[in-house]
Design a protein around this ligand. Structure first.
Ligand SMILES: [Mg+2]
Length: 297
């Protein structure tokens, strides 16, 4: 495997028994709009040997089809069906819990495609519903540089005051973009919680349901391949976020690997490990490339 770094035997020992990977996207595979060095080769190696993986991401900016297309442009061959995002999980929740009832979704036009078939109101329809006192079941908040405005947030605020359920695709406070640290949708979600005195439901990582869906997909795949039953501890969540990936993954019963290529560094990792919740990953690796080399190298 010439594209992978040399195999680290202590990492290999820490990952013993791992039969599938759940990979965070931002900070693990990509950062600031570009591929993390070695990550495309690492995913290509997984594909080559048929090692199962899913990309599990809190990104709510774009649809899976757009994620896959964009991935190809920076060197990844990951197909759309290998992504599970906070956006797609939110659309599934809306289909399950608010089917046939009108919802207001703050997200980009591209991301809204994941909600096809649901009764998603546009701004004018929300304003009419507010004016006429008609019921709107939920407000679903994702990230969108264009759509997260004072105007849309006020619309959401008024709907929640009137009884709509507040749903956050995730509650990430910030992320790294080419412009530097950038506010994410979670910051605005907390603002709405504060203003309405309602607690939002959140859908993406670290919600246990998000990991459960991913683990079930991996287990179904293993069973279809005729492999022994795949349990949670056969899966490793690889992430750069000590709370969402490491803390959330641990609580869901997964193995966890922290990589140093993202927004959280060793200082956050050490602080999280000292905290009452004691977020300690099973392994720490320089990047996804070393993780993959330890498993398939
Ligand atoms: Mg991340």
């Amino acid at each position: 495997m010439p594209d992978l770094p040399p195999r680290d035997d202590s990492l290999r020992a820490a990952l013993h028994g791992v039969r599938g990977l759940l990979l965070d996207l931002d900070g693990v595979l990509v950062l600031k709009g570009a591929a993390v060095p070695g990550a495309p080769e690492a995913l290509a190696a997984l594909e080559r040997v048929g090692f199962p993986y899913l990309v599990v991401t809190n990104t709510s900016l774009v649809s899976r089809a757009t994620l896959a297309r964009w991935g190809r442009s920076v060197g990844f061959a990951t197909p759309a069906d290998r992504f599970q995002s906070a956006l797609t999980a939110s659309a599934e929740l809306a289909g399950r819990e608010f089917a046939g009832r009108p919802v207001y979704v703050i997200t980009s036009d591209d991301a809204r495609a994941e909600f096809d078939g649901l009764a998603v109101l546009d701004a004018a329809a929300v304003d009419a519903a507010l004016a006429e006192g008609r019921d709107v079941a939920a407000v679903i908040l994702g990230d969108s540089p264009d759509q997260l405005t004072r105007e849309t947030l006020n619309r959401a605020f008024r709907l929640v005051l009137r009884g709509a359920v507040l749903v956050g695709m995730h509650r990430n406070p910030w992320w790294l973009t080419p412009e530097g640290p950038t506010l994410d949708a979670g910051t605005f979600l907390v603002g709405l919680e504060w203003a309405t005195k309602r607690k939002a439901r959140t859908v993406g990582k670290p919600d246990p349901a998000f990991f459960r869906v991913a683990a079930e997909r991996m287990a179904t795949g293993a069973s279809a391949r005729g492999e022994p039953r795949l349990l949670r501890h056969h899966l490793a969540m690889v992430g750069d976020d000590v709370f969402n990936d490491i803390g959330g993954g641990r609580r869901a019963g997964l193995r966890t690997v922290f990589v140093r290529t993202g927004k959280h560094g060793d200082a956050e990792l050490a602080e999280a490990a000292r905290g009452v919740r004691g977020y300690r990953p099973d392994a720490v690796a320089p990047s996804i490339a070393e993780v993959v080399a330890a498993l398939v190298g």
